[in-house]
Design a protein around this ligand. Structure first.
Ligand code: NAD
Length: 299
């Protein structure tokens, strides 16, 4: 049965996700602080609301896709927060990538109000959001996830349930920490080969079927010109921003500190993406970390 969905945060990811819910036949009331983002969602068939509070009026499910922990906590918690207003029985699905501890705080406050809460960060980028092929990485109660499944199916292809509140965020950060390290070391390997006169294309083709293979060698190759479809081959435009990777590595380290886990390569990688930002590439695809080590050959 169609749910009445409130969708808060209609940016690069939330906008197309809300549009796919509309396409699947759900009534979607939407809110974003940006008027341009809100107008775009209205064009896609969502009902534009003047505030988050107005958007959730009469909604059975509330979804959010906001930049960071502080935005999510501000939306849901505190006196003016949504949780103080949502009736018991409402389902909240937050798809933002935020600190696991933050997701747990919101989930606890929700539970105290009889509101079910899932953390459901996504993988798949803006292309996956537009195509409705996202992967949802979920933490929360199984019963809440069962209820969410038809909605998630309208926006994505895969759903992984990792555990209770915050587990989705932890898993998402584990994935992105591995990705950040692998991208940086792939850039290093290609630069080492190029410095010895190897052709980065030949080196990548070999690595792509050898034990050094990864998404970074095969798909999003960081060396300009190796993969025509990769951001590296269009000046590192588009893709997954350096500063988003920097944020996620910071969250991974924060999560590690919380439990005393050792993440030496994650910490090193965070600093590499911080240096890449200082070099002026914060807004470019994160594979531009290649440029820290490329030398004249990779310019
Ligand atoms: P974005 O900046 O494009 O969108 C965020 C939107 O939230 C903006 O339109 C902003 O105006 C709105 N917003 C902020 N505070 C608000 C508030 N209080 N009320 C209403 N609207 C508010 O960001 P995005 O790329 O859509 O990313 C959203 C989340 O998804 C982030 O946590 C990001 O890490 C994660 N993510 C992004 C990608 C990607 O490729 N862009 C991929 C996976 C996950």
């Amino acid at each position: 049965s169609a749910e009445r969905v409130a969708f808060i945060g209609l940016g690069h990811m939330g906008g197309p996700m809300a549009a796919n819910l509309v396409k699947a036949g759900h009534v979607v009331t939407a809110f974003d602080l940006s008027e341009a983002a809100l107008a775009k969602a209205a064009e896609a068939g969502a009902i534009a609301a003047p505030s988050a509070l107005a958007a959730v009026e009469g909604a059975s499910v509330v979804m959010s896709m906001l930049p960071a922990s502080r935005h999510v906590e501000a939306l849901y918690l505190g006196e003016g927060g949504l949780l103080a207003r949502l009736p018991a029985g409402t389902l909240v699905i937050d798809c933002s990538t935020i600190a696991p501890a933050s997701a747990q705080r919101v989930a606890e406050a929700a539970a105290a109000r009889g509101v079910a809460m899932l953390d459901a960060p996504v993988s798949g980028g803006t292309a996956g959001a537009a195509a409705g092929t996202l992967t949802f990485i979920v933490g929360g109660e199984p019963s809440a996830l069962d209820r969410a499944r038809p909605l998630l199916a309208a926006m994505g292809r895969h759903v992984f349930h990792l555990g209770g509140a915050g587990a989705g965020q932890v898993a998402k950060l584990c994935n992105n920490m591995a990705l950040g390290v692998i991208m940086a070391v792939t850039g290093e390997a290609l630069a080492l080969g190029a410095s010895h006169g190897l052709d980065p294309r030949a080196l990548s083709a070999m690595m792509a079927v050898s034990t050094g293979r990864s998404w970074a060698t095969e798909v999003c190759n960081p060396w300009p010109g190796v993969k025509p479809e990769a951001p590296a081959s269009r000046g590192y435009a588009g893709g997954f921003g350096n500063d988003l990777m920097l944020k996620d590595l910071g969250l991974a380290i924060e999560a590690a500190l919380q439990v005393g886990a050792a993440v030496p390569l994650g910490e090193l990688a965070r600093n590499l993406y911080a240096l890449n930002r200082l070099a002026g590439r914060g807004g470019l695809d994160f594979s531009s970390v290649q440029q820290l080590v490329a030398g004249p050959a990779g310019g």
